[in-house]
Design a protein around this ligand. Structure first.
Ligand SMILES: C[S@@+](CC[C@H](N)C(=O)[O-])C[C@H]1O[C@@H](n2cnc3c(N)ncnc32)[C@H](O)[C@@H]1O
Length: 223
């Protein structure tokens, strides 16, 4: 089953503006910390020439392009327009393929196992129940000793959601307030608990701005 909002969050309509938009780190709280988050994800993932990598929500390739080398990378996104722009940046990765699909559904298809699974600024389009399924499916797609690394829009706790919405609204940041209300920003505490329950150990968290965090989760070699 595809995720509930996959068609709504297909970025075809904003593909042409996306790479300019993510540069607005100083003026847009949603974009603050974008580059640092992507860089942390790649550093934490520590991909090498032997790694088989899966990227979920590859967009215009801004994360992919930071990966210098790997054995193989499979990129997944629902937007073929984002992919078309991304493909032009990624010629250094010889063994790269693209699959147009939903990030939740692809994980139960016959795509083999991966050493590393990365995803940035995409899973906040999954509702909370889907995120739990997402973590379990990622676990099942990782080889023992594998790593999952995420960078995304997150709130520290469920209790901080309303405080954040009110705070942005008061400051006249209506677009940000609405994004927190309408999208499905991760809740860091709950996500860490869920990842640990799934079996990941350790689970590491790093904050890059008010709303951008990274989470790295390792699948023990014995599992
Ligand atoms: C905000 S962009 C992030 C792109 C890139 N990872 C980055 O960090 O710049 C989100 C991407 O996820 C895709 N997307 C959103 N929901 C999706 C889903 N359920 N399945 C597959 N792709 C999805 C969109 O088409 C878009 O390309």
């Amino acid at each position: 089953m595809r995720s509930l909002h996959v068609d709504e969050y297909n970025h075809d309509d904003c593909a042409n503006e996306y790479d300019e938009d993510v540069k607005n780190e100083l003026s847009d709280p949603i974009r603050a910390g974008y580059e640092a988050t992507l860089q942390w994800v790649v550093d934490y993932a520590n991909v090498n020439e032997k790694s088989r990598v899966l990227e979920l929500g590859s967009g215009t390739g801004n994360l992919t392009r930071k990966i210098k080398t790997c054995r193989e990378i499979v990129c997944v996104d629902i937007s073929t327009k984002m992919e078309k722009l991304g493909a032009t940046k990624l010629s250094h990765l010889a063994n790269r393929s693209f699959i147009e699909d939903d990030i939740l559904e692809i994980l139960i298809k016959d795509i083999g196992f991966f050493d590393t699974i990365v995803s940035t600024y995409t899973a906040h389009h999954l509702i909370d129940e889907e995120k739990k399924v997402f973590f379990k499916r990622i676990w099942n797609r990782l080889s023992p000793g594998g790593i999952a690394v995420f960078g995304d829009l997150m709130l520290e706790t469920e209790a901080s959601r309303k405080l954040q919405i009110d705070s942005y609204r008061k400051r006249g940041e209506e677009t940000t307030a609405v994004a927190i209300e309408e999208e499905f920003f991760w809740v860091v505490d709950d996500s860490v608990l869920e990842l640990e329950k799934t079996g990941f150990d350790p689970v590491d968290v790093k904050r890059f701005s008010d709303l951008s965090y990274g989470i790295g989760a390792k699948k023990p070699a014995s599992r």
